[in-house]
Design a protein around this ligand. Structure first.
Ligand code: HEC
Ligand code: HEC
Length: 268
């Protein structure tokens, strides 16, 4: 079943039901995308909230624990303060990440966002590559933008790289580019589904439970299957990202790393 057009209706219905059930819930998320609460005092208040609600999973100082990842190397699920706000407010669906308590105000969520940002200031480093040349490789020969978003433009099949320099250091970027399959998290696995008629649909595994699975194909179309309704399916645990080794020269990789590392939050 092709989901794109059907998608909106059931989702809206579910949402409406949820809102009814949880009527006395949290105040609605603010539309503003600028964080209004960034003073030192705000950060300290954010830290206090963090210590009450987040340490059991993310560790006392945000360096990670058994139940949650480190929050000190930038963020893979958000590239803006507004994105962080949403994650802290609502959690991340289908993961342990539950977010802040329901009765938290928008102000406290912004304060937590400020605290999280304070854990992530990256020192500037001089790199051999050329940022402008790296950007051209990214958009051209490297074909990177077909899968990655930077500043709101590009594909969605890979992580948003708008602030990748905040979460990856140059050495890590080199291994991201050369050995994309290493340490691949399950959220980047591929599903390959063979339908009853023998045709194959393949794409990023968006979600999967006992009976159903959803994937996003290379055209960014969403598909949903019931496991009982297909001939077979398999998970592919290697990355859809090709290694740059066969594709780019040493110099081009250096330039790319310089460009990627320049993608950071402005120091204020
Ligand atoms: C029960 C455990 C748990 C609690 C409590 C929890 N988290 Fe998380 N958090 C997680 C897990 C697990 C993930 C990774 C989810 C995924 O797979 O993407 C996560 C992800 C995140 C991320 C995204 C990290 C990234 O790299 O994009 C942020 C930010 C975050 N948590 C902040 C918080 C804050 C702030 C609190 C407290 C208000 C909190 N979390 C409470 C388990 C938890
Ligand atoms: C076919 C889609 C695709 C293409 C093309 C692609 N990537 Fe990726 N990229 C991904 C996916 C999916 C991931 C996450 C899984 C992984 O780490 O391999 C990823 C991960 C990354 C990461 C790690 C990001 C993080 O947050 O940890 C970087 C950096 C990166 N890609 C840069 C590039 C660059 C530069 C190019 C061009 C030379 C490129 N990618 C081409 C799909 C792609």
């Amino acid at each position: 079943m092709r989901m794109r057009s059907l998608w909106a209706i059931p989702a809206a219905a579910v949402l409406a039901a949820t809102v009814l059930v949880t009527a006395p819930a949290a105040p609605r998320a603010q539309e503003t995308t600028e964080n209004p609460f960034t003073t030192t005092l705000d950060i300290r208040m954010g830290q206090r909230l963090y210590q009450q609600q987040c340490t059991r999973c993310h560790g006392q100082t945000g360096d990670g624990g058994e139940l949650g990842p480190a929050l000190t190397n930038g963020f893979t699920s958000a590239s803006t303060d507004a994105g962080l706000f949403r994650i802290v407010r609502e959690g991340i669906p289908n993961t342990q990440m539950i977010g802040i308590s329901r009765n938290a105000t928008d102000q406290s969520v912004w304060m937590v966002v400020s605290y999280l940002n304070s854990l992530n200031s990256t020192p500037a480093v001089d790199l051999p590559g050329d940022v402008a040349a790296g950007r051209m490789v990214f958009e051209g020969k490297g074909n990177c933008a077909s899968c990655h978003m930077v500043g709101g433009e590009g594909g969605r099949r890979g992580p948003d790289l708008t602030r990748v320099g905040d979460r990856r250091d140059p050495d890590e970027l080199v291994s991201d580019l050369r050995t994309p399959d290493e340490d691949l998290a399950p959220r980047w696995w591929t599903l390959r589904v063979t339908r009853e008629d023998g045709s194959v649909v393949e794409g990023l595994r968006m979600s999967e439970d006992t009976f159903t699975m959803r994937l996003m194909d290379e055209n960014e179309d969403l598909w949903s299957f019931s496991k009982g309704g297909v001939r077979s399916y398999e998970r592919v645990t290697s990355s859809i990202m090709p290694s740059v080794n066969a594709l780019l020269t040493e110099d081009e990789v250096e330039d790319l790393v310089a460009y990627l590392y320049s993608l950071r939050r402005e120091e204020t």
